[in-house]
Write a protein that binds this ligand. Structure first.
Ligand code: AMP
Length: 301
């Protein structure tokens, strides 16, 4: 597949400029969460609703806004150094790029589905069947790895109606909640792989920008790590400390600070965001008061 480089991109710097070039989605599901991630990482730039490119203020990074499905090609061809796209699109493009960060959004699964009344119950039952998809390479690669021979029919849209139209016995499509399948009278027979938004780069990065790329990756990783935790603060009698420490599933041991009132301490700890709901009541029962749960903007372990 070749990617047409729009004429207006001629002003975009080349690999010799010393500035890192990052390709990000210009629309679609991954656009908003990607812009949010970059802003949370502290990068300031125009958000790309009008321009095709933007220069980040005070950091040697230029952002290129392109279609999500073209991003892998832009990175593979060296038009950009890094890109943000979905795992499925990397597999679909079949390019040999490195996954540098898993971003924790854009979650979906490539699944095979059949009409609800079909006899097929498992992926193996699809052997010899015709499957319609707009993800032909990802589907074919996945079935090949499973050693199941299927006939892939590529169609570009409305894949869910293909079985009803007699075009195929089933489909292979991206699913997140599964409600589109159900609405179309289809039933999943299995997952081929899970996908999420990722940062991709070439396995042989340009030496001139490798340091900036590593810095950007660290900034992004710090945001992702911060999103996974909360900062917990509380007051407690010193005597309650052992019980409180036993409840806190912290990254490291909590900080304990003496308070003005004799025998009272403040306890601060970083805990996994998913644990918070489980530990608040036990903490209060153990004697903690004034419990505060605070978001963490960035976390560098
Ligand atoms: P777009 O077509 O630009 O909205 O972006 C589609 C990309 O979003 C896909 O290639 C996936 O990586 C990701 N994605 C996340 N959830 C879904 C979903 N339920 N259906 C399709 N794509 C999804």
């Amino acid at each position: 597949m070749t990617v047409e480089t729009p004429g207006r991109l001629t002003a975009f710097p080349d690999s010799e400029s010393g500035r890192l070039r990052l390709a990000v989605p210009n629309k679609g599901r991954l656009q908003q969460p990607t812009l949010e991630l970059l802003h949370d990482a502290g990068l300031r730039f125009e958000d790309g609703t009008r321009a095709l490119t933007a220069s980040v203020e005070g950091f040697p990074l230029d952002i290129l806004f392109v279609r999500t499905e073209d991003i892998v090609e832009f990175v593979a061809d060296g038009v950009a150094d890094l890109g943000i796209t979905g795992t499925n699109l990397l597999i679909e493009a079949g390019a040999d790029l490195a996954v540098l960060v898993e971003l924790g959004y854009g979650h979906c699964r490539l699944e095979a589905a059949v009409p609800a009344a079909s006899a097929a119950q498992r992926l193996e039952d699809l052997a010899g069947r015709r499957l319609a998809t707009s993800h032909p390479r990802a589907a074919a690669t996945s079935f090949r790895e499973l050693d199941i021979e299927v006939d892939i029919v590529t169609i570009s849209g409305a894949v869910e109606v293909a079985p009803r139209m007699g075009l195929a016995d089933g489909i292979v499509d991206l699913v997140s909640s599964g409600s589109t399948l159900v609405m179309n009278g289809l039933r999943s027979v299995g997952q081929l792989f899970a996908s999420q938004a990722i940062v991709v780069g070439r396995s042989d990065p340009a030496p001139a920008t490798a340091g900036i790329a590593a810095e950007l990756v660290t900034m992004i990783e710090a945001v992702i790590a911060g999103r996974g935790v909360k900062y917990l603060m509380m007051n407690a009698p010193q005597s309650a400390l052992p019980a409180i420490e036993a409840i806190l599933p912290g990254l490291e041991s909590p900080s304990v600070l003496p308070l003005a009132h004799e025998g009272m301490v403040a306890v601060h700890a970083v805990v996994a965001a998913g644990d918070v709901h489980r530990i608040l009541v036990p903490l209060r029962e153990a004697g903690a008061t004034g419990i505060l749960v605070v978001p963490v903007e960035k976390l560098l372990p």
